[in-house]
Design a protein around this ligand. Structure first.
Ligand code: C5P
Length: 221
């Protein structure tokens, strides 16, 4: 068997990162969370006072920012220009601006280039929105993972725990709005690749889904 690349795309909160991380660990592959890269650009822009609406300034920032992913004890760590920014990526402010930042061509070109470089040696499980359609169109296995908006909101709500200053309904709205922006943007929108396998995780356990994808991955490698 030879290593392959696995692309996992889908809307916000479908469980992509959990599933992708577990699939990667079962196959001894490298996990790449591309959403974290767009979040890092967004978090640094906010931190440096660059308005997310300023396409030119955000584009210039993305072009010169070095974003690295490194394995940590509890999952992937994200570094921006050498600084660990992992804890800054999942705030409400970043959630609200990330889809705008990710709609800019200069930002997407830079991120996609980095992502292709990481996948060059194969043996990568990459999750995102445009991996099967744009970043790795030749990935040997493509999954489109989704669930109902209510179930996706519920999962995120449970993850957020104590620090929540948002209701379940607000969270569901925020998720639906982010999906709309990601699906309607001009460059590399959220879309199921024609050769992707459709997986609906509503009412199914993470383990079932991971087992299924690992089996497909073994069959394709
Ligand atoms: O996966 P996650 O929810 O962390 O992604 C955050 C945002 O990053 C998405 O809503 C989307 O706007 C953007 N993104 C993207 N392309 C990817 C991954 C994420 O545009 N491949």
């Amino acid at each position: 068997s030879h290593p392959i690349n696995i692309a996992i795309d889908g809307p916000a909160g479908a469980g992509k990162s959990t599933v992708a991380r577990l699939v990667a660990s079962r196959l001894h592959y490298v996990y790449v969370d591309t959403g974290a890269m767009y979040r890092a650009v967004t978090a640094i822009a906010l931190e440096r006072g660059i308005p997310p609406e300023d396409e030119d300034a955000v584009g210039r920032l993305a072009q010169r920012l070095r974003v690295d992913l490194r394995p940590g004890e509890e999952g992937q760590l994200v570094f921006a220009d050498g600084e660990d920014v992992t804890s800054k990526l999942r705030t409400l402010e970043v959630n609200r601006s990330v889809s705008l930042v990710a709609s800019y061509e200069a930002v997407r070109m830079k991120m996609a280039e980095e992502q292709r470089r990481m996948a060059r040696a194969k043996g990568v499980v990459m999750d995102g929105r445009d991996i099967g359609t744009h970043v790795l169109p030749d990935a040997e296995l493509k999954i489109f993972l989704t669930a109902t908006p209510r179930e996706r909101a519920l999962r995120r709500f449970k993850e957020m725990g104590e620090q929540t200053e948002i209701t379940l309904e607000q969270l569901e709205q925020e998720i639906v709005e982010r999906d709309r922006k990601d699906s309607e943007r001009e460059i590399a929108p959220l879309l199921q690749a024609p050769d992707a396998r459709f997986v609906d995780s509503t009412g199914r356990s993470i383990d079932q889904i991971v087992d299924e994808i690992v089996e497909w991955g073994r069959a394709a490698s």
